[in-house]
Design a protein around this ligand. Structure first.
Ligand code: ZN
Length: 92
């Protein structure tokens, strides 16, 4: 009888430890996510800053609309700019 209680207690401890670990990990992860909220934006905007040849704005290569022309990578702030540029229009 005492043995059963001991096992039950042990089980309870294990379960509690598991829950604590789960919660701890979850809290840590969410804190990480929350802290990374602003920096993750910075992290995702990697790469160089390049000039949009159409409108002259600077865009990150990661976010830019990329197109290849004459073996050169061109980056635009939007598809609109890219289309304008490819059409040859330099109108602003
Ligand atoms: Zn543009």
């Amino acid at each position: 009888m005492l043995f059963r209680i001991l096992i039950l207690l042990l089980l309870l401890l294990v379960v509690r430890a598991l829950i604590a670990r789960l919660f701890g990990a979850g809290r840590k992860a969410s804190r990480k996510r929350a802290r990374g909220g602003s920096s993750s934006v910075r992290a995702t905007v990697r790469g160089r800053m390049v000039k949009d040849p159409q409108c002259g704005i600077y865009v990150a290569t990661d976010l830019a609309v990329r197109t290849r022309r004459k073996n050169m990578d061109l980056y635009f702030c939007s598809e609109e700019c890219r289309d304008k540029f490819l059409r040859g229009g330099r109108d602003r």
